[in-house]
Design a protein around this ligand. Sequence first.
Ligand code: TMP
Length: 212
Amino acid sequence: MPSTAEVRGALIVFEGCDHSGKTTQCKKLVAALNEKGIKTEAMRFPDRTTTIGKMIDGYLSNKCEIEDHSVHLLFSANRWEMVPKMKSMLEAGTTLIVDRYAFSGVAFTAAKEGFDMNWCKQPDVGLPKPDRVIYLTLSTEEAAARGTFGKERYEQTEFQQKVSTNFEKLKDPTWQEVEADKSIEDLHREILVITQNIIEESGHKPLQQLWS
Ligand code: TMP
């Protein structure tokens, strides 16, 4: 069990549309922060390694069908099962860089027919609230120029446009929009400066609860 540090780690979440470079930037950021001596770990949701995560993986790769409400709750359960680990790492002073979180949960399910955004938020109420959401934005044209979609569920242009509209509705003052339409290195440098500031600001503030 890690001990409690004087200064807690920051909880920083990356959200954004497909092809925005989230995963690449998260990896580069974790490596750069650790190099600077800032203890940092990567997390991603869904975490496909757990029992719940394996069910989600089967659903996303179209190997099985799961009713829409049920799969929404599984995505949320996949976050809740990580909360004890997240809290103990943050308390021990480790900064967490998280690739997708509850905002993806809401934005994706609410893009389906018959889903209300408020209903979608409920299972994630009370999760650790990110100190900052870094929202990577990219025009639809630029996203398309970066390649075609893969074979996973949800990887269709029309659906992704609805998801982007939902992200816009979820934005609040803890979100920081970053234009992703630049080189990997330029974007990395910009994000590194932003995150170092967040880590400094968050260390002495108590961790809050999401949507409560
Ligand atoms: P990934 O490509 O980042 O692994 O994400 C897998 C897919 O799951 C992606 O299309 C977004 C979707 N998703 C949800 O539908 N609900 C969620 O809660 C999360 C975290 C992701």
